[in-house]
Design a protein around this ligand. Structure first.
Ligand code: CA
Length: 229
């Protein structure tokens, strides 16, 4: 369940917001002044904040800036004053949206839902996706660049790692030394492609039980290499 913090000193508005959001399935906390609101905002995990601008103690602008220094969750600001709205728009406080009073509770709920789903999508897109690749006894983590052979950590140079990741992402395909050189050395294959042979040899020494009889990086005579699945 998504948790929302409302900081609002006007009792009637605060209760209305809370009731509607709870009816829509949100878990809602309410604070009525700036200091306790900011403290609660920073010491708990909320999915979204609704901040009134005019508050006793610390105002909504400052709370917004303080929250934004620590948290990425959406912030909706609420105010009746036109100059506040201009300030929210113009100052780069880190607020995601603003709502002018008076507003309908339905509008508030719709905005909250829109911001939460947008935020969920952003968070999801930042999550490492399928960062582990595992083929038989070989496992790599493409985020941390770690390599395990039969459960044992292996230390590879950056180039050896890149070569292994390339092979594991393109299993069962034959690549010529020129192809590999072009892929990994990031230039047209005008350099010395013998460097590919050298790196394949070093990689085999680290990942193969018997480098002379490779189980993973196979030589395809006259063509190049293939990573066997
Ligand atoms: Ca107020």
């Amino acid at each position: 369940m998504n948790k929302i913090l409302i900081i609002e000193d006007e009792e009637a508005i605060a209760e209305l917001e809370k009731d509607y959001l709870e009816l829509s399935g949100f878990d809602v906390d309410l604070e009525k002044d700036g200091e306790s609101g900011l403290e609660k905002a920073l010491s708990n995990d909320y999915d979204l904040f609704i901040l009134d601008v005019m508050l006793p103690g610390i105002d909504g602008f400052e709370i917004c800036q303080e929250i934004r220094k620590e948290k990425n969750a959406p912030i909706l600001m609420v105010s009746a004053r036109k100059e506040d709205i201009d300030k929210i728009r113009g100052l780069g406080l880190g607020a995601d949206d603003y709502i002018t009073k008076p507003f309908s509770p339905g509008e508030l709920v719709a905005r909250v839902k829109a911001h939460l789903s947008r935020y969920d999508r952003i968070v999801e897109s930042l999550m490492p996706d399928n960062s582990i690749i595992k083929i038989r006894g070989l496992k790599i983590d493409t985020t941390s660049k770690e390599v395990w052979v039969n459960g044992e950590t292996k230390s590879l140079t950056a180039r050896e790692y890149d070569l292994l990741e390339f092979f594991m992402k393109h299993p069962n395909q034959v690549y010529s030394k020129e192809d590999i050189f072009r892929e990994l050395w990031n230039m047209d294959a005008i350099g010395d492609i013998a460097t590919v042979t050298v790196h394949v040899k070093k990689l085999r020494e680290k990942i193969e039980v018997d480098p002379a009889k490779p189980q993973y990086v196979e030589t395809v005579w006259g063509m190049g290499y293939r990573f066997k699945v």
